[in-house]
Design a protein around this ligand. Structure first.
Ligand code: UD1
Ligand code: UDP
Length: 367
């Protein structure tokens, strides 16, 4: 083989975490020349992950603007990606997940008639409005993709239902578990001094459809939870999206047992998941990682495109709902049997070998 150039497009923190193992696997191969194309839809969050995994950009579009809105972001991404693909002249393009970067990477590849591989393909809630805009992004990306790297059988079935050709789907596991297994055994860099030995509840929240009233309910419930349990401390790694930061500051600051932290680098964040008694989140990635670390997760959403851990009983949907968050959190903090039932350590999303399967499938197809 003559060294196929595979452009790996990466825009946000979770894409960097989940593409890092794929880029590494392609680097290790004797047939591919991975070319890392950053859109930098995220800036600081992205750069941190790149450093951790020892990755360097071959091209960086530096797209991020403060409080960016979807139409402008999409328009700028499409134009910049088109020019970048012309510069790179790749044999294939890969992108991971459901962000605006991914949707634009699929479309830009389509316009340039380049084969596009979708990593983490087939996740669906079935409702275009939830999560917004991610469900729309992944449906569009799927329609344009040549290879669909589905993390689970459920994801494969979702794609088949949409008429995707069976031969184009590869069930690989989720690359997030590859990344987690690289980092978790020695994860450090977390200062838990503020918790003073109390039980730790870890919180993340950033979904666009939760902005405003739903997010306010989440924050009020978290505050009520710590007020009721003085042996509990909350660590909230606040997402830099200004819509989130402002409300977090308004509703959660000034409490001695609620620590509002800047976004944590991936290694300390993994250490925080390991240290946590309970995790409250609307994050996709955290829903996949926490079960592998045997940590119960309450999801601050009404639906999830990741039903496997819910079905296994280790993740529960509570919605951005004040009463449900308080009730289910208190059950887990006070009822040992309920806690043990959810803290079982299952990993429905992968075995740490997903990136290798993606590399092999691409090799077989591009050879
Ligand atoms: C984006 C994705 C979402 C993904 C999430 C992961 C879209 C539309 N949304 O949401 O699917 O779950 O990333 O975190 O693709 N910001 C910074 N520095 C950073 C990153 C963000 O300051 O490193 C701020 C900027 O003001 C930026 C804003 O956050 O404009 C929003 O970033 P954006 O990527 O549009 O949306 P997210 O909410 O981060
Ligand atoms: N994460 C991190 N630092 C944080 C919060 C999350 O490194 O402060 C990691 C987390 O472990 C997961 C990924 O970022 O791998 C998830 O990113 P996010 O929740 O922003 O996006 P989503 O997965 O919802 O798209």
């Amino acid at each position: 083989m003559n060294g196929k150039r595979i452009v790996c497009v990466v825009g946000t923190r979770p894409e960097a975490i989940k593409m890092a193992p794929v880029i590494q696997a392609l680097q290790r191969s004797d047939w591919a020349r991975p070319y890392v194309l950053l859109t930098a839809q995220h800036r600081e969050l992205l750069d941190q992950v790149m450093r951790l995994f020892g990755l360097a950009a071959d091209d960086d579009l530096n797209i991020m603007k403060p409080n960016q809105q979807l139409p402008a972001l999409t328009a700028q991404l499409l134009l910049a990606l088109d020019a970048a693909l012309e510069r790179a002249a790749p044999d294939a393009v890969l992108a991971q997940g459901d962000t605006t970067t991914v949707m634009c990477a699929a479309l830009a590849s389509f316009y340039r008639r380049l084969p596009f591989g979708h990593v983490e393909a087939g996740l669906r809630t079935g409702d275009l409005a939830y999560p917004f805009p991610e469900e729309g992004n992944r449906v569009l990306a799927a329609r344009l993709a040549r290879w669909h790297f589905a993390p689970t059988e459920t994801a494969r079935r979702n794609l088949l239902r949409e008429g995707i050709d069976e031969g184009a789907i590869h069930v690989t596991g989720n690359t997030v578990i590859d990344a987690l297994l690289q980092v978790a055994p020695s994860a450090q860099g977390l200062d838990l001094g503020f918790a003073q030995g109390r039980r730790l509840v870890l919180l993340t929240a950033h979904r666009r459809e939760n902005f405003g009233a739903p997010m306010a309910q989440v924050f009020r419930a978290v505050r009520a939870l710590v007020d009721r349990h003085d042996d509990v401390a909350v660590l909230y790694a606040v997402h830099p999206n200004p819509n989130v930061r402002q409300m977090a500051q308004e509703l959660l600051s000034g409490h001695p047992r609620i620590h509002l932290a800047a976004p944590l680098d991936y290694e300390p964040f993994v250490a925080a998941m390991k240290a946590a008694t309970l995790i409250l989140t609307d994050s996709g990635g955290v829903q996949e990682e926490a079960p592998a670390l045997a940590k119960p997760v309450l999801v601050l959403r009404h639906e999830t495109e990741r039903p496997e851990a819910v079905d296994a009983g280790v993740v529960k949907l509570v919605g951005p709902d004040y009463e449900a968050i308080l009730r289910e959190s208190e059950t887990l903090l006070t009822d040992e049997d309920a806690y043990r039932a959810m803290a079982r350590g299952v990993s429905p999303y992968g075995d740490g070998e997903a990136a290798g399967r993606i590399e092999k499938a691409l090799r077989a197809s591009l050879d």
